[in-house]
Design a protein around this ligand. Structure first.
Ligand SMILES: NC(=O)c1ccc[n+]([C@@H]2O[C@H](COP(=O)([O-])OP(=O)(O)OC[C@H]3O[C@@H](n4cnc5c(N)ncnc54)[C@H](O)[C@@H]3O)[C@@H](O)[C@H]2O)c1
Length: 382
């Protein structure tokens, strides 16, 4: 029995389907409170690619042969709900993808900042304490946190730990806390609690530090329109690569802040879901392991050019403009990140590349140009 949280989300839904395909003899329990749908509606936007209501999704999955999936609606900040879930299903593996994952949303005001941290940290604590109190400390816990906890340091980012040398010897210390948003700091807090729970109760934990995920489909979601995952393009919930594609399709120039040369870690949706599923199969021992789930280092300029090229191929003239950088950031910061463990042990294949993935995304979005244009104010965050 595998328990997947956040099963209705952008990454969660494709992961749910991929788990079903990879483990046909297991029962997969997906949990979600459908909050992401409400948040996007609240800020005045919509998924560009239409998605089914959860019942329609589950029915379509069943019709397509994903017959070992079960969905339960519930709020994981409710400790009684979490304990009930764990008690009833006693999962062998828990894959925790649920979160409020938007930094801009967490910055709207004090309430959304508080909500983000209470939601994310509450869920994580309930799962950890539930595993402890219900005797499930030997089960494998897989969590997607974020590479955003690292900040943008002037050294090569390690996979989770820094080695500090003193006179008497050296110590490996967890490296989670240079986050620069209230959302990212909520995940740094989660990482601290994961570390503590492993220290106290020896729960085997795979902490997947997820980078920016982009793209519109996976092998499984493309089997039917009714299996599509959400595709957000608004200022709050759309990640930069997905927003650039939407911007190009609604004939709005792509704006690059400053020189746009600062590289950020990214990964396609297909590779992100595949590597989470591979983590379930991994020999876990009794460890707390960290993987940097990053496959590509991409600058806004690279991204803009890839979108422009894909647009030209589709007969769309995409304009790139540079504006003065409104953010406080090192514009030419060349991030370096160790991802060897991730590539060798979780992804286990060549990562998908930027250009073809952007081309695929633009092709998938093309039928929904009108929707994007209708919600242009959401796209621009006005
Ligand atoms: N998408 C990215 O670029 C990205 C980057 C870094 C990290 N991540 C991490 O990957 C994971 C998945 O992200 P995503 O983009 O699919 O986000 P998402 O918002 O689409 O999915 C998260 C799901 O969790 C659910 N959820 C939130 N709070 C809940 C609660 N209290 N109870 C039950 N369900 C709840 C939401 O309804 C949503 O469906 C998250 O942990 C996120 O922090 C994502």
């Amino acid at each position: 029995m595998i328990l997947l949280t956040g099963a209705d989300g952008y990454l969660g839904w494709p992961t749910f389907l991929k788990l079903s395909k990879t483990f046909p003899d297991e029962q997969i329990i997906g949990v979600d409170n459908l909050a992401r749908r409400r948040w996007v509606e609240q800020i005045g936007s919509v998924s560009a690619i239409p998605i089914e209501e959860i019942d329609g999704r589950m029915q379509a999955a069943n019709e397509q042969g994903f017959t070992n999936l079960h969905f339960i609606k519930g709020d994981l900040t409710d400790i009684d709900f979490v304990y009930q879930l764990l008690k009833q299903f006693k999962p062998t593996t828990i894959v925790h993808l649920a979160s409020q994952p938007s930094a801009p949303y967490s910055h709207i005001n004090g309430r959304t900042a508080a909500f983000t941290q209470e939601n994310n940290n509450g869920m994580m604590r309930n799962i950890l304490w539930g595993m402890h109190e219900l005797g499930l400390e030997d089960r494998h816990l897989i969590v997607t946190t974020t590479t955003g906890v690292y900040g943008a340091p002037e050294f090569k980012i390690p996979e989770g730990f820094l080695t500090v040398e003193g006179k008497k010897g050296k110590e490996k210390i967890p490296y989670p806390a240079m986050a620069t948003s209230w959302y990212h700091m909520s995940r740094a807090n989660d990482i601290n609690n994961l570390f503590l729970a492993h220290y106290m109760w020896k729960i085997p934990i795979t902490d997947i530090r997820t980078s920016i995920i982009f793209g519109s489909q996976t092998e499984e979601t493309k089997r039917s329109e009714k299996l599509a995952t959400r595709f957000d393009f608004d200022f709050y919930f759309g990640v930069v690569p997905n927003r650039f594609c939407a911007q190009a399709l609604s004939n709005y120039p792509i704006t690059i802040y400053g020189k746009g040369e600062q590289k950020k870690p990214m990964i396609t949706l297909e590779d992100a879901a595949t590597s989470v599923v591979n983590a379930v199969n991994m020999n876990k021992a009794k460890e707390y392991e960290v993987f940097n789930q990053a496959a590509l280092l991409v600058s806004p300029k690279d991204l803009g050019e890839a979108v422009q090229k894909a647009g030209r191929e589709a007969g769309i003239d995409v304009q790139l403009t540079h504006i003065k950088n409104p953010r406080v950031e090192k514009e030419d910061h060349q991030m370096e990140m160790d991802n060897r463990g991730f590539i060798e042990r979780l992804l286990k294949k060549e990562p998908q590349v930027l250009e073809s993935s952007i081309r695929q995304t633009m092709t998938d979005l093309l039928p929904y140009r009108d929707t994007i244009s209708r919600y242009q104010t959401a796209l621009l965050g006005q």
